[in-house]
Write a protein that binds this ligand. Structure first.
Ligand SMILES: [Zn+2]
Length: 451
């Protein structure tokens, strides 16, 4: 993996020096995210912690994509390097690429890197090698223009703009929107990013494509629910052969297979594939191609699931970065509350532990403050029943809990009982007798008080 480097640069706006991470090798195969950052103008960009201005670290750069046999060098003119210094910088970078190649992977194109004179030239060469034609680039530009028009429109205008451009709204259009929203967040333009999300929601409501998305999500949800029911029916002690039978039953149904892998990824480990291989050896010859195809499919799906997990972790890390770098973390948290999930909280906790391990008290404190702000916001957004249950469960003593219940239980209606039942279901899995006892007490009192 190409290394991240560090440098201290003065901010282009406020001149305050600050430390930035940057990279001077982009390997499209090892790190597709870095390629995306390059193509969207995000590479080596950092926000000034003092004034929030986006700064781009200028550095000689080598772009490598072994799958396309593409090696391109770029030295920003602004660096004013002498010809000799340019050649030396590029020579060193190319050497660092070739020296990391596995044995036998050296090919002739590595001896003759192409050169890009500007960043845009570099981007064009990469896109061209990806098969992106000038027409496709123009189509992308018109998507961005349409999104800009939508952002500037009033609510009434927006509705008619969406209806008029129904045919333009497709997967690529929605991807472009998400990409723009990400970029706005990174640039600290909260308000605009929020507006973009509102526009996106209207598009989902009003456009044919949006309605199709909703319907697809509904069907997918149904499939996942059905598969989850079948997995639950196997019981807690289900072993690999039982999951294998289930997978074989789903062999012709990609949606169900995908749901199965998503729900029970750990089952599909090395041993599972060994056992499946064994089964393939035992069945009649006519059955074999079906199982072999299933094996390929499952390998693909597990790789995809792992990739999605990695992507989710990277998204969470990027969001955390945006929160940490913002002069107003609370605003960024509020704007992104729907994105704050279990994965995000895991990444945040891991960062707090890492800061403590390094003895970096300042970062640790900053992260803990963010953690508390998030927990506070999440609680404030909870239904009142859940807030009340939380209060009762976190009371210091059983007496205090009893008092809280006596004082406030009449403020609620039947929803409180439903909420208690839901929490009890969750707690049952944790095997915590004290917690269970307090919930039982709450339930009895609530049932009595509510008649
Ligand atoms: Zn600054």
């Amino acid at each position: 993996m190409p290394k991240m480097l560090q440098a201290t640069i003065p901010c282009i706006q406020c001149r305050q020096p600050f430390r930035v991470n940057f990279q001077n090798v982009v390997d499209a195969k090892q790190d597709p995210q870095a390629k995306m950052r390059l193509l969207t103008g995000q590479l080596n960009m950092a926000q000034c912690p003092n004034c929030g201005a986006p700064n781009t670290m200028l550095t000689p750069l080598v772009y490598h994509d072994p799958t396309k046999e593409l090696l391109i060098t770029y030295v920003p003119m602004e660096l004013n390097l002498s010809k000799e210094a340019q050649e030396k910088a590029i020579g060193d970078l190319v050497k660092s690429v070739t020296s990391e190649l596995p044995q036998g992977a050296f090919k002739a194109y590595l001896l003759q890197p192409r050169q890009a004179l500007t960043m845009q030239g570099l981007i064009d060469q990469i896109l061209q090698a990806d098969g992106v034609t000038p027409e496709m680039m123009e189509a992308q530009r018109s998507r961005v223009r349409l999104i800009e028009t939508m952002l500037e429109a009033s609510d009434e205008e927006l509705e008619s703009i969406i209806r008029q451009n129904d045919a333009q709204i497709d997967t690529q259009f929605m991807q472009t929107m998400s990409l723009l929203a990400q970029r706005m967040l990174q640039e600290g333009r909260q308000g605009l990013a929020e507006r973009l999300v509102q526009v996106q929601n209207r598009i989902v409501e009003l456009s044919s494509f949006g309605k199709e998305l909703v319907e697809r999500a509904r069907v997918q949800e149904e499939v996942i629910q059905q598969v989850a029911d079948e997995v639950n029916a196997l019981g807690e002690n289900a072993d690999r052969p039982e999951f294998m039978d289930l997978a074989i039953r789903y062999a012709d149904d990609d949606a169900r297979l995908q749901a199965l892998v998503g729900l029970a990824r750990p089952v599909f480990d090395y041993q599972f594939f060994q056992e499946l291989q064994g089964r393939i050896g035992q069945v009649a010859a006519a059955e074999r191609p079906k199982l072999e195809a299933l094996r390929e499919k499952l390998l693909e799906l597990t790789a995809l699931a792992d990739q999605q997990t990695r992507a989710a972790l990277q998204d969470a890390a990027a969001l955390l970065q945006a929160i940490v770098n913002s002069p107003n973390p609370q605003d960024v948290i509020e704007a992104n509350l729907p994105l704050i999930d279990v994965t995000f909280m895991q990444v945040l906790s891991a960062n707090i532990q890492e800061a403590e391990r390094r003895g970096d008290a300042r970062t640790g404190e900053r992260l803990k403050t963010i953690y508390n702000q998030i927990v506070g916001l999440l609680q404030a957004n909870m239904p009142p029943e859940l807030q009340f249950i939380n209060e009762v469960l976190s009371a210091q003593t059983p007496e205090e809990a009893r008092m809280l219940i006596a004082q406030r239980v009449r403020d609620f209606d039947g929803h409180l009982l439903e909420a208690i039942d839901a929490v009890e279901d969750q707690v049952a899995e944790q095997n915590d007798p004290a917690l269970t006892e307090r919930l039982n007490l709450l339930r009895e009192e609530a049932a009595q008080a509510l008649g």
